[in-house]
Design a binder for this molecule. Structure first.
Ligand SMILES: *Cc1c(COP(=O)(O)O)cnc(C)c1O
Length: 469
């Protein structure tokens, strides 16, 4: 027997009225218009569903009043949910590119809130009582911390590289780069394309694995040669039969041919981290080794807001400040507020290690992480999970420290009643979302990147999914 239109219309008539639902759900949302919209949408969906249904059982389910009310409430919750929201990073990857890279220090956060609800002297010289330039705001502080002649700050390091090359080359001028350093950084930042975009010409030298000073020397003899560019291969490592030319040797070649030497350092480590086993070039050594300009991100190992920082020779920095692109890639005042506070921490390197979350997470001792992991594993066992603590390695990530890992301990979790994939999904869909890794059918939680309160959030989510199934 086919399912008749007559039966369908009975189910359609059973659907609750808009007003009934509005009354039943009164107070579930402060926004009456939003509630009305959600009610109408839910009834529309139920009506369409019934018209398309193939049997009575499906229609009964769609017309069920409790189901309709639940769908209205979940639509309201989804509308109230922000597009950008906090997440718990349980991956152990400190500079997680997908999770916003670096976290700001307390000082940086306080300075943002102190400055953003008010007017500020972003482009106003208070002493002189006239227009000032945002490009000069942090120059003094950066000079003080790095000893560089001058400095400027733009929107991100990709912008700093584009601006530096654009400002220091004439159209068709040659930028000399080793083939082994023609990198791509996350998505669409590729050195060859940035050079092309600037209007300059890329002069590739050497091979993928080796480049020699003589290769630079020969290229620098060209009439068209305008810039020596060295790029830190910040997100990969070539192993084996390799050779690159370091800054001091490049300095000599740059002097011999009177060319500016730009170093795209990327990761922006201010002081060395060799004492915690991380070998990564740093800003101060790069400047001391002879780079005319050192370019780096604000939100990688510097641990500040998204920013691109250029430090070095005054002549080159002023050419960058005067270039039309400087306006295109200028930074916002919130970021200036955060960056100033971050940089001030570096006046005292010990304080920076403590105050800047990226640095304190790198320095977190494995034995402390182990303690946190053990406490969490115990609590998870009580909730009915299989949980054990295992040795593992954390990545720093975010285009820095390739091949360098930090010893850590992870909680390795299994739900005897569900797959690792469904456990991962439940946590990801939690409010706030919890992002963790899966390996060999186990969910791994690395406490290195957890913030205060995150452990409770994880345990609450783990408990909730046990009770709601
Ligand atoms: C990360 C990185 C960039 C891009 O910096 P953003 O701040 O992400 O724009 C450029 N060059 C190098 C070497 C990098 O590591």
């Amino acid at each position: 027997m086919t399912f008749s239109m007559k039966e369908k219309s009975q189910y359609l008539q059973q659907l609750p009225q808009v007003n009934e639902l509005l009354m039943a759900l009164e107070g579930k949302s402060d926004d009456v218009a939003l509630l009305k919209e959600a009610v109408r949408d839910a009834l529309d969906a139920a009506r369409k569903g019934i018209l398309a249904a193939e049997d009575g059982e499906r229609c009964r389910a769609l017309a069920d009043r409790a189901t309709i009310e639940a769908s209205i409430l979940s639509a309201l919750a989804a509308k109230g949910r922000p597009a950008l929201m906090p997440v718990v990073n349980a991956t152990g990857v400190i500079l997680h590119t997908n999770l916003g890279r670096s976290l700001l220090s307390e000082d940086a956060i306080a300075n943002i809130s102190a400055l953003t609800g008010r007017y500020a002297n972003l482009e106003y010289d208070v002493d002189a009582g006239r227009r000032g330039s945002r490009h000069d705001i942090l120059s003094g502080l950066l000079r003080e911390i790095t000893g560089a002649e001058d400095a400027m700050v733009v929107n991100n390091n990709a912008s700093a590289v584009l601006l530096a090359i654009s400002a220091l080359t004439a159209p068709e001028g040659e930028v000399i780069v080793s083939r082994g350093e023609l990198v791509e950084i996350g998505g669409s930042f590729r050195i060859p394309e940035i050079i092309e975009l600037s209007g300059a010409t890329l002069r590739e030298i050497g091979t993928t694995n080796k480049v020699h000073p003589a290769d630079y020397g020969r290229a620098a003899e060209s009439e068209a040669a305008e810039v020596l560019l060295k790029v830190h291969t910040s997100n990969f490592k070539i192993m084996g039969f390799t050779e690159e030319v370091e800054l001091p040797a490049l300095r000599e070649i740059a002097d011999r041919h009177d060319l500016p030497l730009i170093y795209d350092l990327g990761s922006g480590l201010m002081h060395p981290l060799t004492d915690v086993g991380i070998r990564e070039p740093d800003v101060l050594s790069s400047l001391a080794a002879g780079a005319d300009l050192v370019l780096f991100s604000g939100d990688k190992l510097l641990g500040g807001p998204q920013a691109g920082i250029a430090i070095g020779k005054r002549e080159y920095i002023s050419r960058m400040k005067r270039h039309p692109l400087a306006r295109v890639v200028r930074m916002d005042k919130m970021s200036f507020a955060a960056l100033e506070a971050t940089l001030k921490s570096y006046r005292n390197p010990e304080k920076a290690r403590k105050d800047i979350p990226v640095l304190s997470m790198i320095a977190k001792r494995p034995e402390d992480i182990q303690k946190e992991a053990e406490a969490m594993a115990e609590a998870l066992k009580e909730l009915g999970y299989f949980a054990e603590v295992a040795r593992d390695q954390s990545e720093i990530g975010g285009g820095s420290c390739p091949g360098e890992y930090l010893d850590t301990y992870v909680v390795s979790v299994e739900d005897p009643k569900a797959s690792a994939a469904s456990l991962e999904e439940d946590l990801r869909k939690n409010d706030p979302p919890i992002v963790a890794r899966i390996r060999r059918d186990r969910l791994l939680i690395d406490a290195r990147t957890l913030r205060p309160g995150d452990t409770d959030t994880i345990l609450r989510a783990m408990k909730l999914r046990k009770t709601s199934r």
